[in-house]
Write a protein that binds this ligand. Structure first.
Ligand SMILES: [Mg+2]
Length: 370
């Protein structure tokens, strides 16, 4: 099989809820959609959600990067995933969310060619999954309690709160949520690099009685030494997110003992291929993994869910992005439960099991590399 052309779509999606975090916020989801066409008529879909604060990409740089990678792949066998992704990373070590879109599309093609869902190609087993739901920086205790109540009403039993602000606002908000939800619901925090060691320690001490599930990315990406110190001093497990893009980062973090958990995001790792490697390193170290997301639609989240089904060491799920979108351009793929929105199910269709609604394809600006 050979790749004959690559289509790149400017995948603009409206957001219903703008998540404010320490690094900033994105008013809409400016994603890219990739379609790989082959000489056998099999097509593969992939999505990237460039998140400039973290991955250093914007939608326009991603489109240019995708054109470049498209040219590189014309004539290649899309099922030779290891070889193609090694080539892609050599030519473009940056732009992980674009690389992840290509990764997904190639797994999609391999699955369709073998008539198997992607999780099965990876040795996984289908089951129902459950995600948390995230809440951004809100203004008042009333706001966080109202959101937490909405999340409970929708069936969520894990709430992730964005922290990382100066002062004691975050502590008061997390406490207000804990007071509202009781002890049976998991609460976790994510500071997105917002604090230094002293602030992280101060907040962790305040929040220790609140029985938090874990404390994600307290400090700047590069500050692994202080993450080690923090982890030694507090009784809340530490999770590395922005500090871990690929297997090399994972190895460094595990070797230093800088985190209890590693957050895999396909948009950081460059797709499923490297997500598998991060998880393998975490397992060797005895660490659990979490899977997160940026502003992906159900397409990108479907790829992430296939990886989770294939690797039970990935135990914490934050695959809520599509719940914040006003648009749903996806047919098939992962579905949230009707009554309980925290449940995620994936069907048995070959590949990713995803299609794109024609009205969106017509609407989005596109480019074709052949
Ligand atoms: Mg995070």
């Amino acid at each position: 099989m050979k790749i004959t052309s690559v289509e790149i779509y400017k995948m603009d999606l409206k957001l219903d809820y703008v998540l404010k975090i320490s690094l900033g916020s994105t008013p809409s989801a400016e994603n890219i959609l990739i379609k790989i066409n082959t000489d056998e008529g099999i097509v593969g879909w992939g999505e990237g959600s460039p998140y400039s604060f973290i991955t250093g990409e914007t939608q326009s740089t991603s489109i240019e990067a995708a054109k470049f990678l498209g040219k590189l792949l014309i004539g290649k066998d899309p099922t030779a995933i290891e070889e193609n992704l090694t080539l892609i990373k050599r030519y473009l070590p940056t732009h992980p969310s674009v690389r992840s879109a290509f990764d997904m599309a190639m797994w999609d093609i391999l699955g369709k060619e073998s008539n198997q869902p992607v999780y099965k190609l990876l040795g996984g087993k289908n089951r129902q999954l459950r995600t948390d739901k995230t809440m951004g920086h809100e203004n008042s205790i009333e706001d966080v309690q109202k959101l937490a109540q909405d999340y409970l009403n929708d069936g969520f039993n894990e709430i992730k709160m964005k922290t990382g602000r100066p002062g004691n606002t975050d502590y008061l908000h997390v406490k207000a949520v804990r007071d509202l939800v009781g002890e049976d619901v998991h609460v976790k925090i994510d500071s997105n690099q917002g604090w230094d060691l002293a602030e992280s320690l101060k907040n962790a001490r305040l929040m220790e009685p609140l029985n938090l599930m874990y404390f994600e990315q307290p400090m700047p990406v590069w500050n692994l030494d202080d993450m080690v110190r923090l982890r030694e001093k507090i009784n809340i497990p530490v999770c590395a997110d922005e500090s871990v893009f690929d297997e090399v980062d994972a190895f460094k973090i595990c070797k230093l003992g800088a985190a209890d958990y590693l957050n895999i995001k396909l948009g950081k790792s460059g797709g499923i291929h490297t997500g598998l490697k991060i998880n393998a390193i975490a397992e060797a170290y005895g660490a659990k993994c979490m899977i997160g997301c940026f502003n992906e639609s159900r397409l990108g989240l479907t790829a992430a869910a296939h990886l989770v089904l294939a690797r039970p060491n990935i135990v914490f799920l934050d695959l809520d992005a599509a719940l914040f979108l006003a648009d749903d351009p996806i047919i098939g793929g992962m579905e949230y439960g009707e009554k309980n929105k925290s449940f995620i199910t994936i069907g048995e269709k070959p590949g990713l099991g995803v299609d794109i609604k024609e009205e969106f394809l017509q609407k989005w600006k596109s480019f074709k590399i052949e």
